[in-house]
Write a protein of this length. Structure first.
Length: 219
C-alpha cells in the first residue's frame, strides 16, 4: 500500500466509510456535473471596456487590431517601439500558426522556452473582465514556460474569448475538455511583480517584466 492509499484509508476509517458507497459516488458526480455558481460581483458582469481598464490598472499594456492577420505586424511594431530584439518564441497553437508571420522580419522560434528567450507569444484560452486576467492552458500549443521564463510576454487574445467572471472560464474549460482537464490552467494578471523585500516593488521577480496583450477582433 502506498503512502497515498494509507492516508485515504485513515480518512475513510475516521469517517466510518469504505469509499465504495453508491450514494457518495452519486453525490460527487452530481456536484461535478452541476458546477454550482457562487455570488458573481457586479464587476464580473462587465465586458470588453471593463477588461481593458482592468488590464491597464494591473500594469499591463494593450493594443487592438481588427483581425487576426494584423497580429504579426502589431507585435513587430510593439517590439520595435519598445527597443526589443526582433525575436519571438511561440508554441504550436494553430491560431498563431495561421497568421502571416512571413510579412514581418521577426525571427521566430518554436517550442518551449529554456530560459534564454527575451520575447515570447502565447494565445489566450480566455480572459476575465472583472480583473483584467488572462487564462492560458498548458500544452504543446502554448507551453507554460512561455508564460514564466521570457522577460517579455505577449499574449494574443480574441475578443470573443473575453468573459465576465472566473466561473465562465471554468465553464469554457469543461465544455472543451470534458473530464480530461488540461494539466495546468494559468491565470495571469499583469506583469510579474513583488514587494516582499523592504516593500520595494520589483518587476520580473517571478516571471515576465512586461505583459503586452494584442486584442484581435474588438474593432
Amino acid at each position: 500500500m502506498s503512502a497515498r492509499d494509507e492516508i485515504f484509508t485513515a480518512i475513510r476509517r475516521s469517517l466510518h466509510v469504505t469509499g465504495a458507497e453508491a450514494p457518495r459516488h452519486a453525490a460527487v458526480a452530481a456536484r461535478l456535473k452541476g458546477s454550482p455558481r457562487g455570488v458573481i460581483p457586479a464587476r464580473g458582469q462587465g465586458g470588453l471596456p471593463t477588461f481593458e481598464s482592468e488590464v491597464l490598472r494591473a500594469g499591463a499594456t494593450l493594443t487592438k487590431v481588427a483581425k487576426a492577420a494584423e497580429v504579426p505586424e502589431e507585435i513587430a511594431r510593439y517590439l520595435r517601439d519598445s527597443n526589443l530584439p526582433a525575436t519571438l518564441r511561440m508554441g504550436a497553437d494553430p491560431r498563431l500558426e495561421a497568421m502571416p508571420w512571413d510579412t514581418t522580419t521577426l525571427e521566430i522560434a518554436h517550442g518551449a522556452s529554456d530560459g534564454h528567450d527575451l520575447n515570447a507569444v502565447s494565445a489566450a484560452f480566455a480572459a476575465v473582465a472583472e480583473s483584467g486576467t488572462l487564462a492560458l492552458v498548458s500544452g504543446a500549443d502554448n507551453p507554460s514556460t512561455l508564460n514564466m521564463l521570457p522577460d517579455n510576454h505577449i499574449v494574443v487574445l480574441f475578443a470573443q474569448d473575453v468573459v465576465g467572471d472566473y466561473e465562465s472560464v471554468f465553464d469554457k474549460v469543461r465544455a472543451l475538455y470534458g473530464a480530461v482537464m488540461p494539466r495546468t490552467l494559468n491565470f495571469i494578471t499583469g506583469p510579474s511583480r513583488s514587494a516582499d523585500i523592504e516593500q520595494t516593488l520589483l518587476f520580473g521577480a517571478h516571471g515576465p517584466r512586461r505583459l503586452h496583450i494584442v486584442l484581435a477582433g474588438a474593432e
